[in-house]
Design a protein around this ligand. Structure first.
Ligand code: ACO
Length: 429
């Protein structure tokens, strides 16, 4: 780690000292807040490749070493030993819960799982083939219309209540999106089931016969939820924080995060990976797919490959890859797409183009194959991601509101438009 405490910038013969902020782990950051006043210049960093937008104590990533920590705990340990709901508690509260604390949290979450009956009417307004992410974003935004009595963003109790409601209701709303799209009646949450089982029950239960839940499926989904629960200042979390910085309520902020997650460069990649693997169709076509991905005149990219931060294996991808083989074997699923995925990974990892650019499989490369084995339809993949990431989004939203001196997020720009000119009446143009 650098021992620098300041860097000196020289501009127009004048020197400016910029303080260097030290993290507990990772790279230090140059504090440029005083630069515009001192030098008259802004900094330029499209895509935020070099800019830390906030301090945060929630999640740490070392992209070169392939390390991911939630509140200091390695993702590998949480994946092996924890549960999604315990991880959600950890992200929100900073510490692992005691038995009593966890029982209280689980009780609170289980008792806020129902959707307001009026929210169901909203669904009837959607076209039958609406994308579930569209229905999810709209439904979550609409939650602020139901809970306006507890919407004081400056009240810690209201903030906590919003966190519980969001984590509790997201699976219920997500299952409703799916059921609406296939014309099934909405299903009520069963509070005697655990978080992930309750969700699977709401997804697949039919009124006409009892549902036998498969413990292998529940365990696999719980693990996927742990891996997707947070990932520091990614595009959707930064969106939640930017919207949150305006004082917008938590449901509006998280709904914005859902829409940001939907894009194929972010959470939408899991759906895009499966569609890509289906299109490739056979291991014999892998070579030509890799060729296309390298061709700069072709828009085709290997979905599920590459990451802004990881320049090494995404540690989540390593866990999911291993789990994928295990889950398919345990469920007795023989999916030829797994063979295509493995051949594609092997070909890309050997290819100079991918090696040079440090492009490795990311969290979404194998997750779709597992979701498919769990009978989750492709269009629901990003919704699965959103259920899990809600824990991270709301933990960040709360951290933002607990941080004194927080300001509205307001980036600057490098203007490249016309200089000042006079209005010309239409008959003179
Ligand atoms: N296939 C082919 N080439 C790629 C890929 C890919 N998947 N990803 C990056 N590249 C190439 C770029 O063309 C670029 O090449 P160049 O240097 O010759 O111009 C170089 O690698 C660097 O890529 P950038 O796009 O500049 O990297 P950035 O950090 O901006 O983007 C991203 C990261 C969006 C994840 C990108 O790798 C991508 O589009 N991947 C596919 C989509 C995907 O899997 N997204 C999920 C990310 S994980 C998540 O959000 C859950």
């Amino acid at each position: 780690m650098s021992e620098l405490d300041k860097i000196t910038l020289t501009a127009g013969g004048k020197a400016f000292d910029l303080p260097v902020l030290q993290p507990t782990l990772g790279q230090p950051c140059v504090d440029i807040a005083a630069l515009p006043k001192e030098s008259g210049c802004f900094t330029f960093d499209p895509g935020f490749g070099a800019t830390a937008s906030t301090k945060s104590a929630i999640t740490y990533i070392d992209g070169d070493a392939g390390v991911l920590l939630y509140r200091g705990y390695p993702i590998e340990q949480l994946a092996e030993k924890s549960s999604f709901l315990e991880v959600a508690y950890l992200l929100l509260n900073g510490e692992l819960p005691s038995k009593e604390e966890f029982a209280g949290f689980e009780h609170a979450v289980s008792h806020h799982t129902m959707m307001h009956e009026s929210l169901k009417h909203f669904f009837r307004g959607f076209h039958h083939d609406a994308h579930p992410m569209a229905m999810l974003a709209a439904s979550v935004a609409s939650l602020s219309a139901f809970y306006h009595d507890n919407l004081d963003v400056d009240d810690p109790a209201d903030r906590k209540m919003a966190a519980i409601r969001l984590i509790a209701k997201m699976p219920t709303i997500a299952a409703a999106c799916y059921r609406y799209s296939i014309g099934w009646p909405f299903s009520y949450p069963r509070n005697n089931l655990e978080y992930v089982e309750r969700f699977l029950h709401m997804m697949f239960e039919v009124p006409s016969e009892p549902l036998q839940l498969n413990p292998v499926a529940a365990k696999a989904l719980d693990l996927l939820f742990i891996l997707h629960a947070d990932h520091e200042q990614n595009a959707s979390t930064s969106t939640v924080r930017l919207v949150g910085s305006t004082g917008a309520n938590p449901y509006a902020s998280v709904a914005a995060g859902i829409t940001a997650l939907w894009g194929p460069a972010h959470g939408g990649a899991n759906e895009a990976v499966l569609k890509m693997l289906e299109e490739i169709g056979s291991p014999d076509n892998v070579e030509s797919a890799v060729r296309r991905a390298k061709d700069k005149n072709d828009n085709f990219r290997l979905m599920g490959f590459g990451h802004r931060v990881y320049k090494n294996f995404d540690p989540r991808a390593k866990i999911i890859r291993e789990m994928c083989h295990k889950v398919l074997a345990e469920l007795g699923v023989n999916d030829p797409l797994l063979e295509v995925a493995m051949k594609l990974e092997e070909a890309a990892l050997k290819d100079e183009y991918f090696v040079e650019r440090k492009l490795y499989p990311n969290v979404d490369f194998y997750s779709g194959i597992i979701y498919k084995a769990l009978r989750i339809p492709t269009e629901m993949f990003t919704v699965m991601f959103a259920i899990a990431r809600t824990a991270g989004w709301i933990a960040h939203w709360i951290e933002q509101h607990e941080t004194p001196g927080a300001r509205i997020g307001r980036p600057r720009q490098l203007y490249t438009g016309s200089g000042v000119r006079d209005y010309v009446p239409v008959d003179k143009r």
